[in-house]
Design a protein around this ligand. Sequence first.
Ligand code: AOF
Ligand code: ZN
Length: 369
Amino acid sequence: SGSNGPLPASSADDVRFMRRALELAERGAGRVSPNPKVGAVIVQQGRIVGEGWHAEYGLAHAEVAALIEAGPRATGATAYVSLEPCNHTGKTGPCSEALIAAGVSRVVFAAHDPNPKAAGGAARLASAGIAVSGGVLEREALDQNAPFFFAARGADRPFVTLKLAVSIDGAIVDASRQPGWLTGEEARAAVHALRAETDAIAVGIGTALADDPALTVRHAASPRRAPLRVVFDRGARLPLDGQLVQSARALPVVDFTDGSCPEAESALRAAGIETVVVASAGEALRHLGTRGVRHLLVEGGAALGSSLLAAGLVDQLVIFQAPVILGAGALSAFAALPAQRAGQAPRLRVVERKALGADLMTVYAVSGD
Ligand code: AOF
Ligand code: ZN
């Protein structure tokens, strides 16, 4: 929404500079949750004179950081921001007022701020005579902060990403059912970067038993807060000598059980595990939501992934496909899901796809738009 007559059409330059703002926003990954990642670029006569991003929860917003770099060159400039500038005094002052004070003449943003406390920046800027356009690369901006926008829609559970490594034939484990590594180094680093951005990481008990995972962030920059570690462990079978239990006093683990094995549960509690009795996966997710988990990464296995998918509790799939064929008897990641007819099965939207060494990473939107 703007003022002063017709809005300037979004041009190739607008798209190019917004792409840069989205790229800068990524630098806040792992540092700003539950806030969104936001980037900003100040452009004077076709040249970037300031760049900024929301770098740390509670600290400067992207616009303010970019305006500081631009200094007096912000006067008469265009500001590109991946989120509508905020209009509130929260942990910092309103970005709308900072942009007005700096004398920018145009503001382009990607997505509206859905946070009622912060919203209204576009209207405030327009009321000060600044040309405002929104919606440039909006889809990309919504995808970049999907967990933030999901929470803003009033969700009563975290945004759930299911990550799986599969073969060319879509299998997660070979006929022997013995665990074996499928993907390469670069995919592993990407998984750790994904872990660093989430508030909690979960596995099913089958995976905990088979792989003895640590569920820590190692091959990526350390996040502001280490993700909570979560196991879906109906029968309280988490092994006391495994990595999760052994490290539980240093880094918390929540073990969701069905309450049917009180002795095993108390042994886990004595070892420093927090056991939580739930009647369903949905209840477990709601419990995590009440603890401030906005983005849950589920790392398998097939049983947990399929049951969450079947219950409509997965919002995003991240599939790492390795260049291997597992052949006869291999287990499809989704073999437990209801049968679909080819040509009629719902088609998932591809959010992102990139090559990681010899592997291919694809992010699919499962729920929503
Ligand atoms: C912006 N630019 O870079 C960000 C914005 O707790 P606070 O005061 O930091 O405010 C957080 C809210 O501000 C957040 O929920 C979202 O609505 C907005 N984030 N806004 O103009 C930024 N990170
Ligand atoms: Zn702001």
